[in-house]
Design a protein around this ligand. Structure first.
Ligand code: DI6
Ligand code: FE
Length: 402
């Protein structure tokens, strides 16, 4: 099937750069971009099976949410209230709340219950123009429950017009039955959970929470070594609440990304630049936890570290249902430019997932994942806090419900 998209302007991200093109047309063939260029250069004799007149709208690559914990049982609005009364995230975790309370709810939920709640959250992201989604496990923390979460993630990818990338985050928190035995839990992760789920084809990447309230650098090194043996790429929740050395570990293992990174420093930025490890910025968690320590944006810029941006959608620290809102927060709180924010949810997010050869920009040969927006210019995507701006969303050239 051959389509024409025309009467539009675009931000292409072609060649890895933020690039605006006015009066552009695109030819889509078999789900991929076959031609993109000035409308005036379009061959008028070409016949198309389908023509989309985009009526002066703006086209961007489909949005990519490269860090979510979208599958979970229950919710944690009670903890939100506690935090408003001044109880810290770490203190809530110490009292047996936090991640572990979502673990209880996730273990108790059936596959169908998890799928239904995850689907309604995913649909909200999709309506905003998300065409690719990463989903982590990490609220199961035993083999069967981690498997259940990853199977729900895979099922979402089959049910909805979105490409789902699964990440095994078994090293997210210490399950209650391993209290005071965290090395033994890491044994379980390395010897059983990861190899089994990888063998079942449920794992696209491996992640961990490297933090004082979670796992140490040495424990994460064991998890990463296992991932490497299994041939799986790694990423890491690093330097979110303190500086532990997670970014250096991530760089050493050539990780796809180090995420959060508020406490990262210049040396971390340099190491990440040389290992091509993206920094995934998560302003939703920063806002929710009322953090004040800003990620080292200037150092990332100076070193040329790829900066991606994601929702971190999770029930505890980032109950975020809008990736575009993250663009606004990244600008307002982290001082990204609107150009950087858009790059962060398109090409740079694709890099953080290792799929930039196929997704993340509007270029010949790439998958035709795109959003058509009713805006006067691309800065509007970062300007509005919320709202429903897409006019059309295309996944692999197919129009999906916006
Ligand atoms: N960092 C986070 O911000 C989330 N996980 C993580 O490793 C928090 C998840 C939660 O509180 O449920
Ligand atoms: Fe996270």
């Amino acid at each position: 099937m051959k389509q024409l998209w025309h009467h539009c302007h675009a931000v292409t991200m072609a060649g890895g750069r933020y690039a605006v093109v006015h009066d552009v047309a695109l030819i889509i063939e078999e789900g991929s971009i076959a031609w993109i260029g000035p409308e005036a250069e379009l061959d008028r004799d070409t016949a198309f099976d389908q023509v989309h007149d985009l009526d002066g709208g703006w086209v961007t690559p489909g949005l990519i949410d490269c860090h979510t914990h979208l599958v979970f049982g229950g919710d944690r609005s009670g903890e939100f209230e506690m935090r408003l009364e001044g109880v810290s995230y770490s203190e809530i975790a110490k009292r047996g709340g936090g991640i572990v309370s979502s673990v209880r709810a996730t273990r108790e939920a059936s596959f169908d219950q998890l799928l239904a709640s995850a689907e309604s959250r995913a649909r909200l992201l999709l309506r905003e123009g998300v065409t690719t989604l990463e989903i982590k496990s990490g609220y199961g923390l035993d083999l069967d429950s981690e498997r259940k979460m990853l199977r729900v993630a895979r099922a979402l990818g089959e049910k909805l017009p979105v490409e789902v990338h699964t990440t095994c985050l078994a090293a997210h928190a210490l399950p209650p039955e391993y209290r005071d035995h965290s090395d033994a839990y890491i044994d379980l992760v390395c010897e059983s959970i990861l190899p089994t789920l990888a063998q079942e084809g449920l794992v696209d990447a491996v992640d961990g929470f490297c933090e004082g309230i979670a796992f140490s650098v040495e424990q994460m090194r064991r998890v990463f070594t296992t991932a490497r043996q299994l041939g799986l790429p790694v990423k890491l929740h690093a330097e979110q609440l303190s500086h532990l050395g997670g970014c250096q570990l991530a760089a050493e293992f050539g990780a796809l990304s180090a995420d959060h990174v508020e406490y990262a420093d210049e040396a971390d930025a340099a190491a990440m630049a040389s290992s091509h490890t993206a920094a995934v910025l998560l302003p939703g968690a920063f806002l929710t936890l009322r953090e004040s320590r800003l990620p080292p944006i200037e150092a990332f810029r100076a070193q040329g570290v790829t900066m991606a941006l994601a929702s971190d959608l999770n029930p505890g620290t980032s109950p975020v249902l809008s990736l575009r809102l993250m663009m606004n927060l990244a600008c307002t709180l982290f001082r990204l430019t609107p150009e950087e924010a858009l790059a962060g949810v398109t090409l740079n997010a694709a890099k953080a997932l290792g799929i930039d050869a196929r997704c993340g920009s509007l270029e010949v040969g790439k998958q035709a994942d795109a959003v058509v927006w009713n805006i006067s210019g691309p800065a509007e995507l970062s300007y509005w806090l919320g709202g429903q701006l897409p006019v059309k969303v295309f996944k692999a050239g197919k129009e999906v419900e916006a």
